[in-house]
Design a protein around this ligand. Structure first.
Ligand code: UDP
Length: 307
């Protein structure tokens, strides 16, 4: 199968773009900094991070993860410390639209991972695949090698290891010295893992990729392009994998929370209006609001909306 480059930019073009990557300003979505990049822009930034050996962690934010961020301070911290938070999911786009936050496009984590591998392959870039069931990372590696000629697979490891094996695994990743580490433990475990170990690994790009290795290995299929373009990949996945209902059911509550925030004064839309979190229009400090909008949404409110 040929390499798909959904951003319609070939690896050569992406390599040139990396020298020109502009600084990225995040926008604020319910207290979470989100980087509203296109696929090609995100790849350009990550290619530049690799070229400069600049440690970068990437979170793909979907609606389910955003709801966990609102509910759980530990998940919130793990997402906030990421260098790039990429909007990946219709729930995130919907919340952004309601709040007037300029996040227009979804960048699917699987597309970003694969396109980045394709971009670094001509320079013999190295990727380490970590996570999924035993055998899946190896199958994904075989597919990636075939689709991205030149790509070196620096190592693979499955994601079902006991805690006592962690130090040996970390040492193995350091020795392998990959340019890209794809961490596929599912959210939010992978984000928490990246927060704990990301900085100590000296890997330029560490990225949480959820079920990407299963997709690359051909264990789970993606929706047809037209379904993805219609923003209905979540529905496709839910029909094929009914246990995903727990993920899909976060979309309506997120919709309601975003609506409520909009009518309360549009927290999360500060980037658009230039407000500072915790202040009212005109710059007055609102003592009832925290600096971080997500902290103002009580656990009770989130639970009431999700249960
Ligand atoms: N997984 C893992 N270790 C675990 C639990 C899960 O490696 O302890 C893997 C699982 O096999 C799957 C991925 O994490 O490959 C989670 O995929 P899913 O599509 O559910 O993640 P999401 O994208 O929804 O976060």
């Amino acid at each position: 199968m040929a390499v798909r480059l959904p951003g319609r930019a070939g690896p050569g073009k992406l390599a040139k773009m990396s020298a020109l990557a502009p600084p990225i300003a995040p926008v604020d979505l319910l207290g979470v900094p989100v980087h509203p990049l296109t696929l090609a822009e995100a790849v350009a930034h990550l290619a530049e991070a690799i070229a400069r050996r600049r440690p970068t962690t990437v979170v793909s934010l979907n609606g389910a993860l955003l709801m966990r961020v609102l509910r759980d301070p530990q998940v919130r911290d793990a997402v906030r410390v990421a260098t790039l938070v990429i909007p990946d999911g219709i729930g995130v786009l919907l919340a952004a639209r309601i709040l007037g936050v300029p996040v227009r496009r979804r960048v699917a984590g699987v597309d970003l991972a694969e396109t980045l591998c394709a971009a670094v392959a001509p320079r013999r870039g190295r990727v380490f695949l970590l996570g999924a069931a035993p055998g899946v990372a190896d199958a994904a590696a075989a597919q990636l090698r075939q689709r991205c000629p030149g790509l070196e697979v620096a190592g693979t490891a499955h994601g079902f290891f006991p805690p006592e094996d962690e130090p040996a695994l970390l040492a193995r990743i350091r020795r392998a010295a990959p340019d890209i580490l794809l961490v596929a433990f599912g959210a939010p475990r992978q984000e928490d893992w990246m927060r704990r170990y990301g900085a100590s690994l000296s890997v330029p790009v560490t990225m949480g990729v959820g079920g990407t290795l299963d997709v690359l290995a051909g264990r789970t299929g993606r929706a047809p392009r037209w379904v993805q373009a219609a923003g209905l990949e979540w529905l496709y996945r839910m029909v094929r994998e009914p246990w995903r209902w727990s993920v899909v059911k976060t979309i309506p509550p997120l919709f309601l929370i975003a609506l409520r925030e909009r009518f309360r004064g549009g927290r999360g839309g500060q980037a658009r209006r230039g407000e500072t979190p915790g202040t009212e229009p005109g710059g007055r400090r609102n003592e009832n609001r925290s600096e971080h909008p997500a902290e103002d949404i009580s656990e009770q409110e989130v639970r009431a909306a999700t249960e």
